[in-house]
Structure formats: structure tokens, C-alpha cells
Design a protein around this ligand. Structure first.
Ligand code: HSE
Length: 298
């Protein structure tokens, strides 16, 4: 028996909601897991991945077996990953979730969805990625003493997420190391007002608030220095008519939130990037409303 787990990409922060807001996007990693007497890991697209017990999917699956008191002699894992790695689109979160949900299904579902949400956030460290990866939609999530407190809201196709993906990587570790240890009180207030406004505005569909609500001074100003042309792409994305734009997760991708009625935004963005930012490729993504799915096969 094997299981196939499909996990969406995620974009954390959405500007003001640093470490607390995230959205699932319709770009997927599809991972199959089958019990085996040895470790056998392959990538269908020729991407460079760890093929031994350091593989993140394997490690997360093993953790579930350990928690459930089951021994694991090996796994056959096949990866078909569309989420680009190290681009701020939740690829490691997707692998963490695939390992946890896959192992749970192989074991006959001993863990509840809540258990898996808590475990994914504890392993991943970023509930703003792992929670929408499991639940789909727009999520607000925080991790406290090993438990995730979250809300999930559907987006109902009101906006598109035009995602500008550069041809270079930025590790989350490096992007977090760039942040200051302390921030000024008025910077904290600046963000918390906007994060609350963003959540409320997306829930109620008050899209005219999005531009102000994604404003941030806690992380992006420190990260733009690590993203060549990042600030310029955000500026251009807004000038082309986006409701708002921000660094996706820890970067380096940039996301422009665009009214879904604006059908020509993507082609305008593609033309603009070809001329001015040839290292960046815009693609159109929408909110994934389903979250991670698991399918069993014989
Ligand atoms: N909220 C995290 C960060 C997301 O911005 O560092 C990391 O994927």
C-alpha cells in the first residue's frame, strides 16, 4: 500500500503579518510514500535532493512513526515538486507536511488533523507556512507551547497572486539573520495595526484596504538588501496596478495581490520584466482553498 500526498505552496507574512499570516497557493508538490525495507528516494524532475535519512520528507515521516511507537525500516519516496526551492514559497513546509500526512496515512490515521498541524509547526518552526499548507485558504496562525492557534478563511477567488520568482535563491536562515534583535515600539504598532486590518479586510472583502494593510517595517526593509531588484519589483508591481505587493515569506520571490477582474495584469508584468527585470519571471497563482490532500493506492 502506498499514499500520494499533494501539498500546496504557501506565502507567509503577506507584508505586515510577519510570522503569523499565510496563504496557500495553487502550485503543488506531489509526494508518494510506500513502505519498504530500505530507503529509496527519487525525484521525478531531476532536482538535487537528499536521498538518504537526511531527506526532510523521510525525517518527518520517521518522526510520526516514532511518536506512534512504530518502527520504520525504510520508505520508498517519489517526489514530483513544482514548488521552487529556497524562493519563499513554502517548499520545505510542503515537504514537512507531506512526510507527516503521508506517514499518518500509512499507519492508518492515528493522528488527528490538529495533532498534525501542531507537529508540522513544531518541526518547521513557521506556522504561517505549515498551517495553510495543511488547511488551504488564508490563515492566521501562531505556535504557543507546541500548540497552533489558528483561523482559516476562504478567499473565494477575489484576488490573484501574481508571483515574481527570481532566478536566484535566498535561504530562510540568511533572511532571518538579517533582522534586528529588537524593534522600536512604533514599528511594532505600525505592523500590528496593519496585520489586523489585512486579516479583517480579506475576510470582509474590503480590498481597497490591502495596499495600506500589507505595509511593514519589521522585516522587509532589512531583507531587500539581500534581494537584488526586490524593492524595485515591489514598486513596479504596484505601479502596474496591484492592490499591494510584498516579499513572499523570507524571500526572494515577490507577490503582487491583484484584483482578479484585472485579466491583463500578468501579460503586462511579463512584458515589463522582460524589459527591465530579466532575472524575474511572473506567474499567476490563485489561493488554494483545499489544502493538503492524501490519496491511498494499492
Ligand atoms: N515568517 C517566516 C519568515 C517565513 O519570514 O522568516 C519563513 O518561511
Amino acid at each position: 500500500m502506498g499514499v500520494r500526498v499533494k501539498v500546496p505552496a504557501t506565502s507567509a507574512n503577506m507584508g505586515s503579518g510577519y510570522d503569523s499570516i499565510g496563504i496557500a497557493l495553487d502550485l503543488y508538490n506531489v509526494i508518494t510514500l510506500e513502505e519498504s525495507d530500505h530507503i529509496d528516494i527519487t525525484d521525478l524532475n531531476g532536482q538535487k535532493i537528499p536521498t538518504n535519512d537526511t531527506n526532510l520528507i523521510y525525517q518527518c515521516a520517521k518522526k510520526v512513526y516514532d511518536i506512534c511507537g512504530k518502527s520504520l525500516s525504510g520508505l520508498k519516496i517519489t517526489e514530483d515538486c513544482a514548488i521552487p526551492q529556497t524562493r519563499g514559497l513554502g517548499s520545505s513546509s510542503a515537504c514537512t507536511v507531506a512526510g507527516i500526512l503521508g506517514a499518518n496515512a500509512l499507519l492508518g490515521d492515528p493522528l488527528s488533523q490538529e495533532n498534525m498541524i501542531d507537529l508540522a509547526a513544531s518541526i518547521e518552526g513557521h506556522p504561517d507556512n505549515s498551517t495553510p499548507a495543511i488547511l488551504g485558504g488564508f490563515c492566521v496562525a501562531l505556535l504557543e507551547y507546541g500548540k497552533v492557534w489558528s483561523v482559516r478563511v476562504p478567499m473565494n477567488g477575489t484576488v490573484d497572486f501574481i508571483t515574481f520568482i527570481p532566478d536566484f535563491e535566498l535561504s530562510t536562515e540568511k533572511a532571518r539573520a538579517a533582522l534586528p534583535k529588537q524593534v522600536a515600539h512604533h514599528d511594532a504598532v505600525f505592523n500590528l495595526a496593519r496585520a489586523a486590518l489585512l486579516a479583517g479586510s480579506l475576510v470582509t472583502g474590503k480590498l481597497e484596504n490591502v495596499g495600506v494593510a500589507v505595509g511593514d517595517c519589521l522585516h522587509q526593509p532589512y531583507r531587500f538588501g539581500l534581494i537584488p531588484d526586490g524593492a524595485e519589483v515591489v514598486h513596479a508591481a504596484k505601479c502596474m496596478g496591484a492592490l499591494g505587493a510584498f516579499i513572499s515569506g523570507a524571500g526572494p520571490s515577490i507577490i503582487a495581490v491583484v484584483d482578479s477582474a484585472d485579466k491583463t495584469y500578468l501579460s503586462r508584468a511579463q512584458m515589463y520584466c522582460q524589459q527591465h527585470f530579466p532575472h524575474w519571471k511572473p506567474i499567476r497563482l490563485t489561493c488554494d482553498e483545499v489544502g493538503a490532500t492524501v490519496e491511498r493506492f494499492e
